[in-house]
Design a protein around this ligand. Sequence first.
Ligand SMILES: C[S@@+](CC[C@H](N)C(=O)[O-])C[C@H]1O[C@@H](n2cnc3c(N)ncnc32)[C@H](O)[C@@H]1O
Length: 317
Amino acid sequence: MTLREALEREASGTSTVALAAAVERLIGRYRAVAPARDPILARPADVLAYATYRMPATYAAVQHALTQAVAAGLGSISTVADLGGGTGATAWAAAQIWPSLDRVTVLEQVPEALDLGRRLVSGADLPPITWTRWRLGEPVPEADLVTVSYVLSELTAQQQADVVARAQTSARRAVLVIEPGTPDGHRRILAARSALLDLGWTPLAPCPHALACPLAERDWCHFSARVNRSALHRKVKGGELSHEDEKFSYILAVPSAVGGEPAARVVRHPQKRKGLVELQLCRPDGSAGREIVSKRQGPAYKAARDLEWGDAWPPAD
Ligand SMILES: C[S@@+](CC[C@H](N)C(=O)[O-])C[C@H]1O[C@@H](n2cnc3c(N)ncnc32)[C@H](O)[C@@H]1O
């Protein structure tokens, strides 16, 4: 069973009008980017609404980040702990990357989110998942990879620092933090990146270096993942398009360098024109800028034609 099928099964008894109203309310609340004194996902209807409109997008963003980290040399991962894991979107994405995971632990404060997450995975071919009621400040089990996806914006600055520190102390191999791909989301990712670097960790993706972010002053580093919208998704979120592009910023850091020489990162959609590809790159020397790959460059041009926003350049063999 796919995530899309599981969501359709769960939503089948619920009025899509009520779900759409809850989605609209949640979108407004998350746009406000303000620390939440009480859980935003307060009622079961909010939890189901959140799952239907956000899980496919979160899944796509996490899958992108983990795919890039694997390409950059992150080895096999056996266990994952997901802090503020909601209804478990990260568990689905991690399982898609590493189908033979020993265990994913979803740690979340809202019991209804854990209940829905548990129901969604029933009948799906996923690794074992432990659903744990958890509040920031409580212990986190050790895991190879610790993830924090779309959580920071509802925390105070101090809580944001705490959750990143807690992720780092519990992670054996890697920490992944993901936020919306907005200037604000990127600022939170930069703070998480600085904290991880101060603790002696190294960025593996998307940054090809541990120097200052060259995009921080004039731009913001973000990526995009295409999400095919189901009929349910279109109904609850409105709009007719068969897809949407989820924009996100992320940092995946590791305790010490892995892989070979870091490659540059493509930080915008490559512009593909007749006989040339124009790339915007973040480079291992800490600079960012344009590179033109022309047809005269033969195999490099062929490789550049296949590049997507967020890929490494040159690609690993
Ligand atoms: C926007 S949702 C993201 C859920 C999930 N990570 C995802 O990407 O689908 C933020 C989650 O963080 C949880 N959260 C916020 N503050 C928390 C806290 N202090 N302790 C535990 N969980 C918290 C919320 O309950 C919510 O499920």
